[in-house]
Design a protein around this ligand. Sequence first.
Ligand SMILES: Nc1ncnc2c1ncn2[C@@H]1O[C@H](COP(=O)(O)OP(=O)(O)OP(=O)(O)O)[C@@H](O)[C@H]1O
Length: 276
Amino acid sequence: MSEHTPSADEPLVRIRALTTVLGGKVIFDGLHLDIPRGRITAIMGPSGTGKTTLLKHITGQLRADSGQVQVAGEDVAALDRRRLFALREKIGYLFQNSALLTDFDVFENVAFPLRQHTDLPEVLIRNVVLTKLQAVGLRGAAGLMPSELSGGMARRVALARAIVFDPMLILYDEPFVGLDPIALNQVLKLIRTLNQTLGLTSVLVAHELDAIKRVADHIYLIANGKVVAHGEPATITSDGSPWTRQFFGGEADGPVPFQYPAGDYAEDLGFPRRPA
Ligand SMILES: Nc1ncnc2c1ncn2[C@@H]1O[C@H](COP(=O)(O)OP(=O)(O)OP(=O)(O)O)[C@@H](O)[C@H]1O
């Protein structure tokens, strides 16, 4: 790809002065953020704050209005189509809904990206798929259909598929939603184990603070288009700032107001205006 060879302690993802406007709304307003290599980084923030949008910037699905998103030393916006696809092959993406193909069994779901993007012989496809299924503990489920899987199993199959190209980076978007405690623990354990054994870098978007505390090395809290807090789970949640107090304390009112901006209440109710 490029001639730039990033060093091991350079962040894998470097976001600088990112500004994004969608539908007339400012989502990011000069966002700065680093995703260090080999670590598990959690991105948290109120609903609609732009967490999924941030993941789309990292994969180059979305262009910024200004600022820069660098992945492995490359400016994502400057990549041509071919190099963008090459970059995307090195990024695994796990969605909340798992997005398995319902007409294909587990084996074929994991094999799908290999069949789409490579000419590997069947024997190698089989080898890769079974290795990935073994890594998520589901080699024995290769012949099951998605309808026969629990929510936790479906999430693990999707994870096997997300690592099929041995990515350098894996993006988890709401991976814990709807999981029972056992499945949640299995997914947490997998995120941690895969990060270590495959030498991955992981980015995790989620709302479940308890789960995040157990798996993430550090947390970015994003609100109003910027990073409002950053730190290790043990310290960030008690740093005393109004943002962390409201977000991690689950307070209904604070920097994120309870009331959506509105006009004058009395006027809305049709009361006569009071003289000034
Ligand atoms: N293509 C688009 N056009 C216009 N607005 C968009 C578009 N995509 C996202 N948005 C808006 O951008 C904001 C951020 O959306 P995003 O899905 O990134 O938030 P989020 O932090 O992931 O939210 P949640 O926690 O609820 O999943 C939302 O207000 C959303 O409505």
